[in-house]
Design a protein around this ligand. Structure first.
Ligand code: GRG
Length: 295
């Protein structure tokens, strides 16, 4: 029988949402506006791909989803902060995200900036709590997440993305942007759950290769969807990449070659995951999901 990815994702999404509700400060707690703004963007929707990858990484090495829940939620908080800040007028200037008005449209720019800051900071608090509870010797988890989110990871990718706007850049620059802006968080999500659960160096290596492949494939598909899908389907403004003259895979390689590259990356990820055996089946299924997603 084939793996029930839909059921797996629904169950994990519900568990992540319940945990996020506990970890996030209540709206009634002072300062109420900040806490409302944090919760607004976190609970506006989202596939919860990154936390699901953290849990799948843990399971791939014999750990459990429960053991890594705070870190899984931390990755979602970092991702959500990046969306809130990316949507600001000073960056991508968007009005619509996850099917609802963007954070700054509802709460104002200052609160949106601070809500993003607070989500990022809370994420590191959650990782520290998880280490304390689960595996204090896995301190590299903290380093890994800081590196993926920071100046050599997602922030580096965002800067390169903004600098490439309206300019003609080559394939190497697009790969750099995608690997950093999107790939770093996805690759790290996949391996930190495993690290918390005592993964061997060989297992971490296999998950790192697979995670980098999934991350690049995810962004290539994101680029393709921006061209072929509608704003309603995506829950965000479609077709913006071309208007803003963004450095994307379809712009450089065309749609068909981009699709082929994404398929090759998922095949490469499957090959790397062979070392982990049947416990990595959810990750293989998530790879197919990344390839076939419509939003
Ligand atoms: C502000 C430092 C900083 C970085 C921003 C995330 C990001 C970097 C920019 C957002 C714009 C964008 C198209 C990013 C790449 C693809 C991406 C991360 C899409 C959104 O992720 P999904 O599809 O979203 O997993 P949901 O809402 O399902 O969680």
């Amino acid at each position: 029988m084939s793996f029930d990815l839909d059921g797996y994702m629904k169950e994990r999404l519900a568990a992540v949402d319940a945990a996020l509700d506990v970890f996030l400060p209540p709206e009634a707690q002072r300062p109420e506006t900040l806490h409302k703004a944090m919760r607004y963007s976190v609970f506006a929707g989202g596939k919860r791909l990154r936390p699901i990858l953290v849990m799948a990484g843990a399971e791939a090495v014999g750990g459990s989803a429960e053991q890594v829940m705070p870190t899984a939620c931390a990755m979602e908080l970092i991702h959500t902060y990046s969306l809130v800040h990316d949507d600001l007028p000073a960056m991508d200037n968007d009005d619509f995200r996850r099917g609802v008005p963007t954070n700054h449209k509802v709460f104002g720019e200052a609160t949106a900036i601070l809500a993003g800051d607070a989500l990022l900071t809370l994420a590191f608090r959650l990782v520290a709590d998880n280490l304390r509870q689960t595996n204090p010797s896995a301190l590299e988890v903290l380093v890994d997440i800081a590196d993926a989110a920071g100046h050599g990871g997602m922030v580096a990718g965002q800067v390169a993305d903004l600098e490439a706007e309206g300019r003609s850049v080559g394939a190497e620059t697009v790969d750099y942007i995608h690997a950093h802006k999107t790939g770093a968080l996805i690759r790290t999500s996949l391996r930190v759950g495993a690290r918390l659960c005592g993964a061997t160096a060989e297992q971490v290596r296999a998950l790192s290769v697979a995670g980098a492949d999934l991350g690049l494939a995810f962004q290539i598909v994101d680029d393709i969807l921006d061209v072929v899908a509608s704003s309603e389907e995506l829950g965000k403004t479609a077709g913006k990449d071309q208007i803003q003259q963004k450095a994307t895979y379809p712009a450089i390689h065309g749609i068909e070659a981009s699709r082929a590259r994404a398929r090759d990356l998922i095949d490469e990820a499957d090959a790397a995951l062979a070392a982990l055996g049947p416990r990595a089946e959810p990750i293989r299924a998530l790879g197919r999901f990344i390839l076939e997603r419509k939003a």
